[in-house]
Every structure is written in structure tokens, then in C-alpha cells.
Design a protein. Structure first.
Length: 346
């Protein structure tokens, strides 16, 4: 039984507590941090710690899930790893590439498992797309281009008043959402990202709309078109992907169905029922408890715990985390300088 502590007491902390309740071999036992930690501890029958150091000194905790603001991820991850705890950190993994490298180096030095949250890999359509890419019976050929499109609410204003998200000062909010797209594109490309160019528009100094191009060492080219708007239409997919190959094409909504086309014939593969989930307020309890949503997080938690048991890198571990951080940092540098950015080999 893995005994887990959560850092933070907001929306994602609640998510992970609900996931742990449904995951065999996992028990959420403690919480630290956030404005609601005491009430949160009572709600989930957890032990509340007043300091992070006190939590890390507790021998009865095996792993820590970090849901704090991104600016705290690096320092908290390093401290948790040094204390012998395994760490699953919410995205974005860090605010800079240097921080991400520090986190990875410390995980390797301590022999602890470090995972980065990217639950969309476990949704029906993204997981099926990956399966179709590597399945020889479909013979799609090499991946040529990837297009990602999406809109999301300006979550740092309005509905999040009073939370740390309403006063974002440690990272740009675009990266918090775009990390999902960057991880999936890297996963599909199965290659090293090499160059980035991006343009964008800002709102009060925060980048809310960015169009970015990413090239990979195997020749794959990706375009990300992601923007924040005041009010997202209810029928808008959270993210829509088009993957074009030498001999076919895959299109899917991360929260819905997938279509595969080859030689002019298209087939549809399933649909999830939570296509509205990404468009509802994070204060809505039905969003937090959506069973399809919780199952995706549960799949990642099981993979993380299995990896900690076996000593291997999780599906979204140090390599994937560094790759995503590299692309995001390259995009933010490019959009700020209006120049092409060459990414350092990982």
C-alpha cells in the first residue's frame, strides 16, 4: 500500500484524493498547503501538516503529489526527493528548463521516481491514436504533420478570483494548458524536438493566444494554435488534433471521438461522454467527480505507482517531462523575442 500526501488543497488536490480512493494499492493520508487545508483534511480524513518540512519528516508517507502553484514545483520536488519520497508533480513541471533539469538530476541521484501529470495520454482517443500509429495493420506510414487547435476560458480571471490563479506571477498561464498539447505531440512524434518558432498576442502582459511551429529530428512538423477566450462555446472541443501521415490521417477531440482516414475511406472509433467537461467551471463538483475524467487520472496514478515499485521511468517521467519543458520554454522564448529558437538536445 502506497501512502500518499498531497500538496495543495484546491481543485486538483481534490481530484487526486478521489482518484486515490478508487485506486488499489494507494491511500491518501496527509495534506499540506493551501487556504483550505484544515477543512480539506477533515473532508478526506487526512492528517494536516502545518509545514512542508514536517510532512517530509513523516516516515509513514511514501509519495507526494504536488498540486501547488508552478513556481513552487521545483523547490518542493527537490525537497521531497531528498526526503526519500517519490514525486508526481502537476503540469507544468517547472517554470524554466533549468528547474526541470534540477528535478530530473535529483530524481536520478536519489533513486526516487519522478512523474509529471499528463492525464490526456490515458483518454480514449489520444491512447487509440497512439495505438493506431504503431499498429502495422493500418500501415499509415511516417507521421508528417500535426495540427493542434483549441480554446479555453481565461481561467486566471473571473471564476478563479481569490485563488492563486487570479494573480498569476510565477509563470505564463498559456504554458499551464499548452503542456497537454506539447506532451501529446512529442508522444506522437516519437522524436527529438529541434526548433521552435512562435507568434502571439497578450492580455495584461500574459500571453493568451499563441501559434507555434515545432520541428522534430525525424522530419515531423507540428503547429499548435491554442488561445484563451472570455467565454468558450459549449460545443468547442478542449483540443482537436489532426495527424497526417504518408498514407493516412487521424483526427480526434481529446474528450471525444476519433476518425481514421485512408484512401478516401473514413472510420469512426468510439466517443467519450465528457466532451463538455473542459468547458465547465472548476468550482462545479460534477466536473471534479466526472467518472471518465477520474479514470484518466487513475490510469496515470497506477502507472506511477507501478513504476515506483519496479524502479522504472513512468509513461510520463523524466524524459517526457524534459521534452515537454524544452518545447514550452522554446515557445515562450520565441514568442517573446520574435525569433527562431533551436532546442538543446536532451
Amino acid at each position: 500500500m502506497f501512502r500518499i500526501a498531497v500538496v495543495g488543497s484546491g481543485f486538483m488536490a481534490k481530484t487526486w484524493c478521489l482518484v486515490a480512493e478508487q485506486t488499489t494499492g494507494a491511500e491518501m493520508v496527509a495534506v499540506f498547503g493551501g487556504r483550505n487545508s484544515r477543512e480539506f483534511a477533515k473532508q478526506f480524513s487526512l492528517r494536516n501538516f502545518d509545514t512542508f518540512d514536517a510532512l517530509l519528516a513523516e516516515n509513514g508517507i511514501d509519495a507526494v503529489i504536488i498540486t501547488s502553484p508552478p513556481g513552487a514545483h521545483c523547490a518542493q520536488t527537490l525537497a521531497a526527493l531528498d526526503s526519500g519520497k517519490h514525486v508526481l508533480v502537476e503540469k507544468p513541471m517547472a517554470t524554466t528548463m533549468d528547474e526541470a533539469v534540477q528535478m530530473v538530476d535529483r530524481a536520478r541521484a536519489t533513486g526516487r521516481t519522478l512523474g509529471v501529470v499528463s492525464q490526456n495520454r490515458y483518454r480514449h482517443s489520444p491512447a487509440l491514436a497512439k495505438q493506431l500509429i504503431i499498429d502495422d495493420q493500418y500501415s499509415l506510414g511516417s507521421l508528417k504533420t500535426v495540427l493542434v487547435k483549441g480554446q479555453v476560458e481565461r481561467w486566471w480571471r473571473g471564476s478563479t478570483t481569490g485563488s492563486w490563479k487570479a494573480t498569476v506571477d510565477s509563470f505564463d498561464p498559456w504554458t499551464g494548458w499548452a503542456s497537454h498539447a506539447c506532451d501529446l505531440v512529442n508522444w506522437f512524434a516519437s522524436s527529438e524536438p529541434t526548433d521552435v518558432f512562435a507568434v502571439g498576442s497578450s492580455d495584461s502582459g500574459l500571453w493568451e493566444t499563441i501559434v507555434a511551429g515545432v520541428s522534430y529530428s525525424n522530419g515531423t512538423l507540428a503547429t499548435l494554435m491554442l488561445d484563451h477566450v472570455e467565454k468558450v462555446p459549449k460545443n468547442s472541443p478542449t483540443m482537436f488534433f489532426e495527424l497526417r501521415f504518408e498514407d493516412g490521417e487521424i483526427r480526434f477531440d481529446t474528450h471525444g471521438s476519433l476518425a481514421l482516414g485512408k484512401r478516401g475511406v473514413w472510420t469512426t472509433h468510439g466517443i467519450e461522454l465528457d466532451s463538455q467537461q473542459g468547458q465547465l467551471s472548476y468550482t462545479d463538483d460534477s466536473v471534479v467527480r466526472n467518472p471518465i475524467r477520474l479514470n484518466t487520472y487513475g490510469s496515470q496514478l497506477r502507472n506511477f505507482l507501478d513504476s515506483a515499485n519496479s524502479g522504472r521511468d513512468p509513461d510520463v517521467g523524466i524524459r517526457a517531462g524534459l521534452s515537454t519543458q524544452s518545447v514550452m520554454n522554446g515557445i515562450m522564448t520565441s514568442v517573446s523575442t520574435s525569433s527562431m529558437v533551436s532546442l538543446q538536445p536532451l
